[in-house]
Design a protein around this ligand. Structure first.
Ligand SMILES: NC(=O)c1ccc[n+]([C@@H]2O[C@H](COP(=O)([O-])OP(=O)(O)OC[C@H]3O[C@@H](n4cnc5c(N)ncnc54)[C@H](OP(=O)(O)O)[C@@H]3O)[C@@H](O)[C@H]2O)c1
Length: 235
């Protein structure tokens, strides 16, 4: 049994991760912004788990969440919450660029930093949910790709800084997942390009496997694994 914090627990991948980790007898701290959805998830999984409501783009909420988490032993911190917006970069509202960075990058970094002493002490794992777009800058995802590149840089540096002290820091990069994050336009693009969208359950199972094997990085799907490596040579 491990105590595992999952942000974005009410989203497509979050629910799949929470269900799988619950079935493996772990104790979960479910974190999300939407209280109604979070309560429903909490009730469906059972009272041994906790739920904490927080908007990760709010400094006040983030500080409160940190205070609540500092009092407990954490074995795994899963930074899963995230958002994206598909479209031409010229059409992207500057406020949305900021929101994406706040939720996808700044919140995971601040949360990890605030809990770091405890995480190192307990030889815990920080699992950052990235994206294949953290390896490949993808057109119409300029800001989202930038956030996932940043999250990957953070993950790699932190892993190298703390590995000798027993902290594992893992970056998992899924390809498209069939969740509400993708609207009809994204689905149409993926269909046109022949991109596979995995089920959240299959992605959750590969993530948990990577976690249990103590891996440090994982790209999900073929040929995406290959593209992540060969991108350096692409124009
Ligand atoms: N779907 C894909 O194709 C795909 C592919 C690769 C990687 N990923 C990554 O996988 C992770 C999970 O995505 P998903 O597909 O499960 O998306 P999702 O279904 O849209 O879920 C996203 C989760 O993040 C939460 N969130 C967003 N903004 C927040 C905020 N300000 N404060 C707190 N929580 C917030 C959402 O809560 P609310 O419901 O309150 O907004 C929701 O629980 C993300 O990091 C995403 O970048 C997704």
């Amino acid at each position: 049994m491990q105590r595992i914090v999952i942000t974005g627990a009410t989203g497509g991948l979050g629910v799949a991760l929470a269900s799988l980790l619950d079935s493996q007898n772990n104790e979960l701290v479910l974190v999300a912004r939407d209280e109604i959805a979070l309560r429903a998830l909490h009730e469906s999984l059972g009272a041994k788990h906790q739920m904490l409501v927080a908007d990760l783009s709010s400094t006040v909420d983030l500080d409160r969440l940190i205070e609540q988490l500092l009092t407990q032993k954490i074995d795994v911190l899963i930074n899963n919450a995230g958002l994206n917006e598909f479209g031409e970069f010229t059409d992207l509202a500057p406020a949305m660029i900021e929101q994406m960075f706040n939720v996808n990058v700044i919140a995971p970094m601040k949360l990890t930093q605030a809990l770091l002493a405890n995480l190192v002490r307990d030889k815990a794992t920080v699992l950052n949910i990235g994206s294949v777009f953290g390896y490949i800058g993808f057109p119409f995802y300029a800001a989202y790709s930038a956030t996932k590149f940043a999250l990957r840089g953070f993950t790699e540096a932190l892993y190298r800084e703390y590995k000798d002290q027993g902290l594992n820091v893992l970056f998992v990069a899924p390809r498209a997942i069939a969740t509400n994050m993708n609207d009809g336009r994204t689905e149409a693009m993926n269909k046109e390009l022949g991109n596979t969208a995995d089920s959240p359950e299959s992605v959750a199972s590969q993530i948990v496997q990577a976690l249990q094997q103590g891996q440090t990085r994982k790209v999900i799907g073929f040929p995406e694994k290959l593209f992540a490596r060969s991108n350096w040579y692409s124009k």
